[in-house]
Design a protein around this ligand. Structure first.
Ligand code: NAD
Length: 488
């Protein structure tokens, strides 16, 4: 393959607004800044404020002050502001997709899809804000009335990853704001621009000062240390790697914070003997190669029944060869660059390790140029290879055959994580048996793209704690208060 041709739209960068750091109601241009790089060219495209301990303390004060007002704002008003935020996000779909393409290399057409998904959380929680009623519980004593209220947990500290710069923000921020919480958001170092633009749209929608603050930082540790140690911040919500999530879990114990952790995955994609192979090929390609394989729910290891493996590999190879690699700013591009050279190195290492262990490269297998890696199909992979045992986060599809459903389930469950799994079958009984036996928070049955704003998203085991999306996602930001009334 040859070098990637640049798209004509590369000459422009959409408005970054004041885009530096949003603390309280003001955009702060701090003396210290750090650069945001174009994932495709490596060129710096913007400088943002580099927040540290002092900014974290200031933001905490603002979040606490704003919480006192925001929690008392009627659910109808909160809902109306969220709805206006949704409208503004939708109206800026192209611009946000462009920013994501620049910051982390997501193809713009896919980025437009992410903006719709991201906006979907805002729309859903704008509606849910008005449905946070309480309950009454019957008492065995005639003179007692037992009431259950929901109250916002308080100011929230949210940490987001780079791979979904818009959706990981709204999936946390929208339910928190709907519940009456205020949020201090720390976006990933690579992708602060999308987060800052979303916050700017929140202010334009009428979001009150201090309800959503954004603290970009080159080093996440100083800001996180201050906010996690602050007892006034009542909740930590984190999406990222299992390694960092575990560290933050321990730190949050000292102030007994409510916690949501959305961590790494290593999704098995099981194609049973009776599967519709054409549909499975289309969906496994969509699941595996979305975002160049850099999603936590990507099909990461593909298990195919031995009776169908040859047929599957042949058809899948045709699909993989046809994927269009290019500049993420080109609307026809399906695969962009990996986010950075560390991401690329991990993919190279996994492919090298698999080949050394005897895997065969059917398609791709190498670096194109820069951080681009060829869409790759490997066969003859097996347990014990890095690619079958760890999250790869790249455009490489390893295939392994199995002989029975029990073996497929054993392989699928034999990892310490449990975020998403997929099963392909036309047999209803098998679909139920296998999905119930999978130790995963999300199971797609004949569905490679199950995530949607109204459904619960999250994992078991080392994939985390809590759920985002749907009514489950807003409960994470609510405390339950029980009131028992003895009538005179
Ligand atoms: P990461 O853990 O390196 O970083 C995630 C965030 O944590 C970033 O904002 C980073 O600045 C911050 N961070 C890193 N070290 C920190 C520390 N010591 N203290 C405080 N904050 C710290 O992960 P990543 O590489 O950005 O993202 C990829 C990982 O995220 C993958 O493992 C992927 O599976 C996971 N992920 C999970 C979900 C999910 O919903 N379960 C969604 C997207 C990504």
């Amino acid at each position: 393959m040859t070098a990637i041709a640049p798209a004509p739209s590369r000459a422009t960068l959409p408005s970054l607004g004041p885009g530096l750091a949003l603390i309280g109601d003001s955009w702060q241009a701090l003396p210290g800044t750090f650069p945001v790089h174009d994932a495709t060219t490596g060129e710096p495209v913007a400088e943002v404020s580099n927040c540290r301990e002092q900014e974290a303390r200031l933001a905490a004060d603002h979040a606490v002050a704003a919480f006192a007002v925001w929690r008392a704002t009627s659910a109808w008003e909160r809902s109306a502001i969220l709805r206006r935020w949704f409208d503004r996000i939708v109206a800026h779909e192209g611009e946000l997709a462009h920013l994501m393409a620049r910051e982390m290399g997501k193809p713009v057409t896919e980025g437009r899809g992410e903006v719709k998904y991201a906006a979907g959380f805002v729309e859903f929680y704008a509606e849910e804000a008005k449905r946070l009623g309480g309950e009454t519980v019957p008492s065995q004593f005639p003179g007692k009335r037992l009431l259950v209220n929901h109250k916002p947990v308080g100011p929230v500290y949210a940490i987001t990853p780079w791979n979904f710069p818009a959706a990981m923000v709204t999936r946390k921020v929208a339910p928190a704001l709907a519940a009456g919480c205020t949020v201090i958001l720390k976006p990933a170092e690579a992708t602060p621009l999308t987060a800052l633009r979303l916050a700017e749209l929140w202010l334009e929608a009428g979001g009150p000062a201090g309800t959503l603050q954004v603290l970009p930082c080159a080093d996440p540790v100083p800001v996180s240390r201050v906010l996690i140690a602050d007892p006034r911040i009542r909740k930590l919500t984190f999406t990222g790697s299992t390694e960092v999530g575990m560290r933050l879990y321990a730190q949050a114990a000292t102030t007994m914070k409510r916690l949501s952790l959305e961590l790494g995955g290593h999704a098995p994609f099981i194609i049973c003997a009776d599967a519709d192979i054409d549909a499975a090929v289309t969906q496994v390609a969509a699941s595996k190669f979305r975002n160049a394989g850099q999603t936590c729910v990507c099909a990461n290891r593909i298990y195919v029944h031995e009776s169908r493996c040859e047929e599957f590999v042949e058809r899948f190879a045709t699909t993989v060869r046809a994927l269009r690699v290019g500049d993420p700013l080109d609307p026809s591009t399906q695969i962009g660059p990996l986010v950075n050279s560390e991401g690329l190195d991990k993919v190279i290492d996994h492919v090298r390790d698999a080949r050394a262990g005897g895997a065969e490269v059917v398609v791709g297998g190498g670096v194109i140029s820069g951080n681009y890696f060829e869409p790759t199909l490997l066969t003859g992979t097996r347990t014990g290879m890095k690619i079958m045992d760890e999250e790869t986060f790249g455009p490489v599809a390893p295939v392994m055959s199995f002989t029975s459903d029990d073996e497929a389930l054993r392989l699928a469950n034999a990892v310490p994580v449990g975020l998403a799994a997929y099963v392909w079958t036309r047999d209803l009984g098998r679909a139920f048996r296998m999905s119930e036996a999978l130790e995963y928070g999300i199971v797609g049955v004949n569905d490679g793209l199950p995530a949607t704003p109204q459904a619960p998203f999250g994992g078991v085991k080392n994939s985390g704690i809590g759920r985002e999306g749907g009514r489950w996602g807003i409960e994470e930001y609510l405390d339950v208060q029980y009131i028992s009334i003895q009538l005179p």
